[in-house]
Design a protein. Sequence first.
Length: 338
Amino acid sequence: MKPDPTSGTSVPITIESHLGSGTERRLADDVLDGLTHPFKELQPKHFYDARGSELFERICKLPEYYPTRTELAILEANAAEIARTTGAEELVELGSGAATKARLLLGAMRDAGNLRRYVPVDVSESALVGAAEELFGEFGGLEVHGVVADFERHLGEIPAAAGGRLVAFLGGTIGNFQPGSRRRLLRDISGLLGPGDHLLLGTDLVKDPEVIEAAYDDGAGVTAQFNLNVLHVINRELHADFDPGDFDHVAFFDREREWIEMRLRARRDCRVSIADLDVVIDFDAGEEVRTEISCKFTHARLASDLASAGLELRGWFEDPDGLFAVTLAGPIGAEPRT
Ligand code: AVJ
């Protein structure tokens, strides 16, 4: 049930969109840049059309893919403590997607007696509206201010805080960023925080490379389909003629950089034309296109990344096997609420 916006009473669900037609342009620019460099590269954010999002949901349920279920278990075990120690009244969730994690955190904030508002931020308007309506119903008319936006570009559009704020950036998505852009993003996120506010960050941890590689190269081949999906996206959106059958899925852990890398490797020499960009791209047999990095973290790396963003570690929650961590951080020098 949604309140009638014309009734003149307050409207607990607000959704505002900051995505213009710029979205497709981004894909075009990224593809043109990425495929005309000597070392070809595509950005992982372009995996997620409807089919890609569905494939990602399937990945999350695979036996080899531990991050999603592990993070959820960590949140289940620690949401009450997180709500209590932060005293948060508002949850801002970057990349909110489905409502599962928010439900846990909002429930704990309500139980702590502090819950006032939920601010989901996501590029998918449909996911955002779905989650907003579900949670509005479940939490008895909770105020929801949804922002349809790309957190890399539109953090400035997030409304001013309506009380003690908890910004959640979960799922290990921060791992998709190279060290330099990661620090920049963390610094931008830290700009959303006042002195008593907190960041809740989910990160996958460094571990046995075999465990990591299996998570990104599952036996059922779902991750391979997910990886290849980016070619379908480019074919459809930019009128290209990739034959996905010409490419193999590759995933390996780079031990020096401590990140997993996914690539697409050409099985044979091939030539692809991308009509909307007016370019023809040649691939040599065996040539690889990097499609994703996903950084794995240590406590030390996280602490130093946070410090360079003006944040200090206030809490560290991990699963019993040390696979994944959820970190609580706050502005350096600010008094944590008690
Ligand atoms: C959504 C970026 C956290 O890196 O584990 C899953 C995406 N890629 N399998 C990750 C992904 C391949 C995922 N993140």
